[in-house]
Ligand binder design. Structure first.
Ligand SMILES: Cc1cc2nc3c(=O)[nH]c(=O)nc-3n(C[C@H](O)[C@H](O)[C@H](O)COP(=O)(O)O)c2cc1C
Length: 306
């Protein structure tokens, strides 16, 4: 079944699995581990041009690793560098912008935009994207649209003919098989990789993910300091812990890393509805192969049953 897709051809990956951009607090270890395991790992350009350049320096030359940019915090020098040195440059938040797409494509990268509606998908295609990411409201982190992933995939597929990566709530191989069957060329996984051994997420954050299920997450604008009016999905417990802190609480949008101190339970503990699939801290390569093997099994069971 469809483990070989337009996405795997485009980036030379073994599996149609993309690690989501997960903000500026990342090290390159996670992205490299995902790509070495056969997926597409992602760095982030939000860290600034020098820091991104240092991270790109440690990526092996022949390894496909992409770079994610949050448009409200875009660093133009970092974008130039990423566009020259990475096979995939992608953008999130804001209207698809032809000028940004042209910078990425003009230097040889494939460009994409994470979208939350059919209108945004059409705009991303018109702006010149090579592929796009359809993000359902099940997603962890900032959430662009108001539609669940499966109906969104249908709506987006009806208006664009680009390869579509499905994002939001995918944490198991069965969910991956469902998204591929629904027409996605790949799946984008965020929350599950937050619990990878190579992730710099604070152990307390990872433990909170391990103990949570889909109903423990909520879409909110609570952690909006410095990035207002941008809904995001977090663990509900983070909001109640923040409210309990009162005036001492910081509602900044950054999630806690292993270097963070203070009341970590009240930080932005982003989690998608996929969080129930996070059961332990394990190497990224194990997550990639578990997803791919389970998706293959789901396809063959389905074939046997029909
Ligand atoms: C901790 C965290 C941080 C995120 N940061 C970003 C980001 O910087 N850029 C981006 O494009 N998406 C970001 N996202 C959203 C992902 O791209 C993706 O849509 C989401 O993780 C998919 O849902 P899932 O978490 O259920 O796998 C983030 C998600 C999480 C969980």
């Amino acid at each position: 079944m469809p483990m070989t897709t337009r996405f795997t051809h485009m980036f030379g990956c073994r599996y149609p699995i993309q690690q989501a951009g997960i903000g500026g607090m990342t090290s390159p270890d996670l992205a490299i581990a995902v790509s070495q395991a056969g997926g597409l790992g992602m760095l982030t350009g939000t860290i600034g041009s020098q820091a991104l350049s240092d991270q790109l320096d440690v990526v092996p030359d022949d390894l496909p690793v992409g770079v994610n940019f949050l448009v409200p915090f875009l660093d133009r020098l970092a974008l130039d560098d990423a566009s020259r040195r990475s096979p995939h440059v992608e953008f999130f938040w804001g209207d698809p912008d032809q000028a940004l797409i042209e910078i990425a494509r003009g230097s040889g990268a494939r460009a994409s935009w994470q979208v939350g509606s059919a209108d945004e998908a059409r705009a991303a295609q018109d702006a010149g994207c090579d592929l796009l990411i359809a993000q359902g409201i099940e997603a962890g982190g900032h959430v662009r649209g108001t539609t669940g992933l499966l109906p969104l995939l249908d709506e987006v597929r009806a208006v664009v003919d680009l390869p579509i990566v499905a994002a939001g709530g995918i944490g198991t191989g069965r969910a991956m098989a469902a998204a591929l069957t629904a027409g996605a060329a790949a799946v984008r996984v965020g929350t599950r990789f937050m619990a990878a051994a190579e992730s710099v997420a604070h152990p307390q954050y990872v433990n909170a993910l391990i103990g949570a299920s889909a109903g423990d997450t909520v879409l909110t604008t609570a952690f909006g300091e410095g990035w207002p009016d941008a809904p995001h999905r977090v663990l509900k417990s983070a909001i109640s812990a923040g409210e309990a802190l009162g005036a001492q609480q910081s509602w900044r949008p950054d999630w806690p890393t292993s270097a963070s101190v203070g009341p970590l339970e009240a930080r932005a503990l982003y989690a998608g509805q996929s969080v129930g699939a996070v059961r332990l801290r394990q190497p990224a390569a194990e997550i990639v192969t578990e997803l791919a093997d389970e998706a293959e099994r789901a396809f063959s069971e389905h074939e046997g049953a029909s």
